[in-house]
Design a protein around this ligand. Structure first.
Ligand SMILES: C[S@@+](CC[C@H](N)C(=O)[O-])C[C@H]1O[C@@H](n2cnc3c(N)ncnc32)[C@H](O)[C@@H]1O
Length: 247
């Protein structure tokens, strides 16, 4: 994971500032997800957020759910999450494609398209199976997917975001283009601090799966899969993948 997406390590300290600049409302998203689980009859007393990043959804879940835990592949993101959440919230350094925390939770989430960091359909199935193994009887898996082929603009997207925090400023430019069943993404960051300017480039290839293929991954993992095109409160607008384990 380190080699694939170095920004989740080298620029972890800037992650929150960039999404604050974008106006991402983590609390609203967490509430929408818990309301959905509740509306489907899940009594949520425990929750695991896979690829939790800096722990902002977890901070909202923690005020509403008795026991929350998180996992992520980046120790640097987890350091920020730990500072935010304190010792009550257990955090695990784990690869989402294959992990075993040795217990289950009423709800397992994987949000903001973190699932898109798989190489191919085989890894999608492995990741969904690993998450599904952590869903308790009667519990629910909630995965905010990466883009589907239908959601991708043929001419790609060019994008810039800037942010400021106490020790400096950051700018990120991005360009995406579709290459068959994959979205190729290029990013460049420039960070200005009192020490000077540092730059980082990253190139990702994130596979595009159809809604049916996402649902099939959940079904194969032994849960009942379902796809929602939209959930009010989820800002990315990429839909939502659900999996329900029989009570
Ligand atoms: C777009 S961020 C989302 C973070 C957080 N869920 C949020 O909503 O802000 C993607 C996260 O996935 C993590 N990640 C990427 N590949 C991973 C892998 N193979 N295993 C575990 N975590 C991974 C990154 O470290 C990063 O924290």
């Amino acid at each position: 994971m380190t080699a694939r997406a170095p920004s989740y390590h080298d620029l972890a300290g800037w992650y929150d500032a960039l999404y604050d600049a974008r106006g991402k409302d983590y609390d609203r998203e967490a509430r929408a997800l818990l309301e959905l689980a509740g509306s489907r009859g899940v009594a949520v007393t425990s929750l695991l957020d896979v690829a939790c990043g800096t722990g902002r959804h977890l901070a909202s879940f923690a005020g509403r759910v008795d026991e929350v835990a998180g996992s992520d592949g980046s120790a640097d993101m987890l350091t920020i999450a730990a500072a935010r959440l304190g010792p009550e919230v257990l955090l695990h350094e784990a690869d989402l494609r294959d992990f075993d925390l040795g217990r289950t939770f009423d709800v397992v989430t994987c949000l903001f398209s973190s699932i898109g960091h798989v190489e191919d359909a085989e890894e999608l199935d492995a990741a969904v199976a690993a998450m599904a193994r952590h869903v308790a009887p009667g519990g629910m898996l909630l995965v905010e997917p990466w883009l589907t082929p239908e959601q991708v603009r043929e001419d790609g997207v060019r994008d810039i975001v800037t942010a400021e925090q106490q020790d400096g400023v950051i700018a990120r430019v991005a360009s995406s283009r579709r290459e068959g069943g994959v979205l190729a993404l290029s990013f460049a960051w420039a960070v200005a601090t009192p020490g000077g300017v540092a730059t980082l480039e990253e190139h990702l290839r994130m596979p595009l799966f159809t809604a049916d293929r996402y649902v099939a991954a959940v079904d194969r993992a032994g849960l009942a899969g379902e796809w929602l095109d939209h959930l009010d409160g989820l800002a990315a607008g990429r839909g939502l993948l659900l999996g329900r384990r029989q009570p």
